[in-house]
Design a protein around this ligand. Structure first.
Ligand code: PBG
Length: 321
């Protein structure tokens, strides 16, 4: 057997290629901020911006030109409070952003990140008892309010990233009770307590004021626990399950895909982006590395890739695929 027979020329290589990327695979994260006329580069994430709401229409035009059809919205409000109120009010930054996007470009598919850390004074994704234990009831109740407020504003899909036990079940019920049976939930099912989120916390101004997230996000050392989380999310009614981060966790993506019949997503997070972007910009890596990183995430089993490189993909496909 000579495996090189099937590598001899482009035609035969094309014939046997198993994985291809498409603009149908990628979701682009957008960070919206309070204020006007703001398009401010995020220092830790070159090429990514904080945008004020009035800048969204122009951004949508660019996204359309670049073939991006799916976005996930993150809000970075000026004011946070102890109750995370800005996360669920009708005129919250995300609720307003959703309405603007839907008005300007109804075909843009809008996913929202559901969490409290960007809206809560202490930067945590949940509430705590005095002894430090998670206050699950209150956390879930608030997260459900956030979920329903996004749906009311017109979100197409919600993506809870809070990692609270039982959150998918609670949110599914909250959505159904409010008449939003048709809104799917993409669970950040296996979300690790990863150092690779570092640049995002600058972007979202959401670093915890005390402690860390290890009492609710997963230990990077564990894979069985990740599968347990995926199974639980499926049982609770998730429509899509996600693994996050992506590239250092390809084994988790592959294992989760094996046990799940749901579409799989993976989040190529801020640290992965910063690493590759900076290496390409410094001339240390060819830009083809961007394409390869996404291709490998898909090959591992993720159909959906949430990535800050989404805007680059069309050009990369034309060049390398
Ligand atoms: C909010 C949230 C985070 C990310 C997505 N949603 C940060 C965190 O959990 O600390 C990370 C995204 C990235 O790093 O690109 N909970």
């Amino acid at each position: 057997m000579l495996p090189t027979r099937l590598r001899k020329n482009a035609a035969v290589r094309d014939l046997i290629r198993e994985t291809e990327l498409s603009m149908r695979d990628v979701v682009y994260p957008l960070f919206v901020v309070d204020g006007e006329n703001i398009k401010r580069e995020i220092p830790s994430m070159k090429g990514q911006y904080h945008l004020s709401l009035d800048m969204l229409p122009k951004e949508l035009e660019e996204l359309k030109e670049l073939g991006v059809r799916y976005i996930i919205l993150f809000g970075v409000p000026d004011e946070k409070d102890a109750e995370a109120t800005p996360a669920f009010v009708d005129d919250g930054i995300i609720q307003k952003a959703i309405r603007i996007v839907k008005e300007k470009d109804p075909e843009m598919y809008v996913i929202t990140d559901v969490c409290l850390c960007e809206y809560k004074s202490d930067g945590h994704c949940c509430f705590f008892h005095d002894n430090g234990d998670i206050k699950r009831d209150k956390s879930l109740e608030t997260l459900c309010k956030v979920t329903v407020s996004h749906a009311k504003a017109g979100a197409d899909m919600v993506a809870p990233s809070d990692m609270m036990d039982g959150h998918i079940e609670a949110m599914r019920k909250a959505l159904d009770d409010a008449g939003f049976e048709s809104i799917p939930i993409m669970g950040y099912s296996a979300k690790f307590a990863s150092t690779f989120y570092g640049p995002f916390r600058d972007a979202a101004n959401s670093a915890p004021a005390f402690g860390d997230r290890r009492s609710y996000q997963m230990d990077p050392a564990n894979s069985e626990e990740a599968l347990k989380e995926v199974v639980l999310d499926i049982e609770e009614g998730a429509d899509i399950v996600m693994v996050k981060p992506a590239m250092p966790y390809l084994d988790i993506i592959a294992k989760a895909k094996e046990l799940s019949y749901l579409p799989m997503a993976a989040y190529q997070v801020s640290g992965e982006y910063a690493m590759i972007r900076n290496a390409v910009d410094a001339g240390l890596l060819d830009e083809k590395a961007i394409y390869e990183s996404m291709l490998c995430i898909k090959r591992a089993g993720a159909k959906i890739i949430i990535t800050y490189f989404a805007k680059d993909l069309k050009a990369l496909i034309e060049k390398y695929q």
